[in-house]
Design a binder for this molecule. Structure first.
Ligand SMILES: NC(=O)c1ccc[n+]([C@@H]2O[C@H](COP(=O)([O-])OP(=O)(O)OC[C@H]3O[C@@H](n4cnc5c(N)ncnc54)[C@H](OP(=O)(O)O)[C@@H]3O)[C@@H](O)[C@H]2O)c1
Length: 278
């Protein structure tokens, strides 16, 4: 990799990790191009290949996030990576998920990892984060009427703040040679149960919040009725079963090893985020 001025294409550039990564790269004085269907620097749609060539033109680094809430995207990503390599992209930091190294090759997130291992013209770094803390403030774990409803029993998870994911991603994209071939399992500093997370949020906002451990089938039916694609409902079944069975993520030191700073705690996340719940 040369040290000539670079541009990173940040896919999902308006999303939770991509928007923070773009800010982080810009702070470092690096070139950034965010991509999404709406509101980004370039219009990019996974389902419209005519938007891909322009997005990668002049780019040498890539933050790769496949189309979200899908189960079948490995072929689409492979075609895009072929195009990106031809266009001059030389490093890809890929947002995968915790434990995906143990998944069978037909799981799309794992299939993309295996694809990257086989590419000669493109180095890669793989990020495998635990569940995001921002799920509690921006998506499906937001308390509603004082309850966080999710079928995870009393299993624990080492939730991570997306700011820490963005910090690791920025480091890999700023110094790709130092992180070529690396895979980082990214966790917060402690594993906590949903009840503990609810208790912390309740303490911060001064109102009781509890964990409602709903029947899993009922919960999945509800998420599908609310608009989650049915095939992704099955992914949510697997993800919640993993936590409920006591095999959720466990803390490690990867964030600090890459960034030099410890990942933020759930209490700190809740304090910084309190406004979202009031
Ligand atoms: N949440 C978790 O706890 C967790 C844990 C581990 C891994 N992950 C992984 O994190 C990834 C999601 O990342 P994120 O949370 O940073 O994103 P996000 O907040 O869910 O945002 C999705 C982004 O993708 C864009 N997008 C959606 N559909 C698109 C399409 N068809 N073509 C192009 N862009 C599209 C959206 O913008 P537009 O809608 O405008 O296009 C937006 O910028 C998923 O792959 C998930 O597996 C999540």
């Amino acid at each position: 990799m040369t040290n000539s001025p670079s541009i990173t294409l940040v896919l999902a550039g308006t999303g939770k990790t991509g928007s923070r990564l773009a800010t982080e790269l810009a702070k470092r004085g690096l070139g950034v191009r965010t991509a999404a269907r709406n509101g980004a620097d370039v219009h990019f749609d996974w389902d419209d290949a005519t938007t891909h060539r322009g997005a990668v033109a002049g780019v040498d680094r890539l933050y790769l996030v496949p189309a979200v809430m899908r189960m079948d995207f490995a072929g689409q990503v492979a075609t895009f990576l072929d195009l990106a390599e031809k266009a001059g992209v030389r490093h890809d930091t890929y947002l995968s998920a915790y434990g995906i190294d143990q998944a069978p090759p037909q799981v799309a997130l794992r299939a993309v990892e295996l694809d990257l291992f086989g590419r000669g013209g493109l180095t890669h770094s793989i990020l495998r984060p635990a569940w995001f803390m921002q799920n509690f403030s921006e998506t499906f774990l937001q308390p509603i009427d004082g309850a966080i409803t999710v079928p995870t029993a009393d299993g624990a998870e080492a939730f991570i703040d997306v700011g820490d994911i963005a910090a690791v991603a920025a480091e890999t994209l700023a110094n790709p040679d130092a992180h070529a071939g690396a895979a980082y399992a990214l966790t917060g500093p402690e594993a906590i149960t949903m009840s503990e997370a609810a208790e912390i949020i309740g303490r911060v906002i001064g109102k009781p919040v509890r964990h409602h451990d709903i029947d899993r089938d009922v919960w999945i039916q509800g998420t599908v009725a609310a608009g989650v694609p049915a095939e992704y409902g099955e992914m949510l079944r697997m993800l919640t079963e993993t936590i409920a069975s006591g095999t959720g993520s466990r803390p490690n030191d990867n964030v600090e090893a890459v960034t030099g700073a410890p990942p933020i705690t759930f209490v700190d996340f809740a304090r910084r985020t309190a406004q979202a719940w009031t």
